[in-house]
Design a protein. Sequence first.
Length: 476
Amino acid sequence: MRRCLLVVLAHLSIGQATVLAAGQREADRPNIILVMVDDLGLYDLNCYGYKAVDTPNADKLAEEGMLFRNAYAGAPVCSPSRAAVISGQAPARLHLTNHISNEHFAPENPKLLDAPMLKALPPETVTFAEKLRDAGYACGFFGKWHLSCQRPDGSNRVVDENTLPDRQGFENNVGGNGNGGPAGGWFSPYKNPYLPNGPDGEYLPERLANEAVAYMEANKDKPFLIAMWNYTVHSPIETTKELADKYKARKKAGARIANPVYAGMVEAADNVLGRLLRKIDELGLRNNTIVVLTSDNGGFNYAIHDQPPLRMTKGWLYDGGLRIPLIMRWPGRIGPGGVSEARVSHLDFFPTFLEVAGIPADPSLPLDGESLVPLLTGKGGLQRDALYFHYPNYAWHSKNRLGGAIIEGDYKLLNWYDDDSVELYNLRDDPSEASDIAQQHPELAERMKQKFKHWLEAVDANMPLPNKEYAASEEL
């Protein structure tokens, strides 16, 4: 009997130790704040070189963390990029390859028609919010979603509410719907059924910041995820009178500002970041919170004069449409003032967040990214040898050429689907993608082309469809 009692006490002791260890791990799990500014260009922030605009909070984040010079979006437009972020899967694999809309953007009688694509992120898609929620995180969503499809009736409601954030791992949804921009503009009343109106004239970025800091306060005693997916700096180009006047005066005084209102929008987005950072400090959570600041795709180029000359903008496969700002801070893990030249991607957020939260990898999930933790902590680099992009649809401007791209080392190859031609650039020597060197390096171009095509097959990518009417017109 004594032996049995000793065995029972031993098991109880082990059980208590296990509970304490689990509690300790829970306490050590970092909070995660992902701030994604809509359409923020690579060089729109002061710390990236745009000195005419004030972004003190982003600048401080860079001083205290790591700034990435070669970060890439999952796609050159918003919906597929957001799908890549939240799922860790390539848009090509998801078959969600363009910005979700009820409109059609193909030019008149094109050679190729848009590739078939989904009009929403399927509810069964596993998101990092679901993984974090299941591990005990409070998960809050604030801002632009654009992974659902709007009803065509003007109600600003979505076709299937099972595709909204609060059905994809978040416990709330503050403002997310199927719109690419703010449904009713930047000031209340918002005309957004998923965001109750505030006082008349309330400014949307400030409202989202208020909601997010309140959520942080309510969940300060457990690990939390904040997805602050700003509507700023997307069109319509509008900000508060105070910010607009500030940059109009600065431009008049000689600053290199093409659009003062847009510059004010950039500062407004920085102010939202500042609100979140101050709340972290107020709650004593700085040392146990990882903060990520990024954009969803390349910039729209409303305001920038001082940026290096990247080619094209949002909606194109050139680097102007794909390269994005990215800053990450994690005190005690990421050294201050770091600058990384590594080519990282939206696809890396999912595995990174799982690793920092101590969540085991799920072999059933076909993640296309790679955890950045070894890179962030200085314990290793990335293992992959290439990044891939597939854009088989027409952007809202209808001017882009359907194609894909692969980046391997310093080389970037674009493969155009209308005639299977390629362009090849050395991004280290030619970041503007001005000199196509495919003719000088035919073997390299062909090898990269075949590697890209094998990737398309591996992810079961949907391809553009031949336009029979175009073929008929050519015969005439």
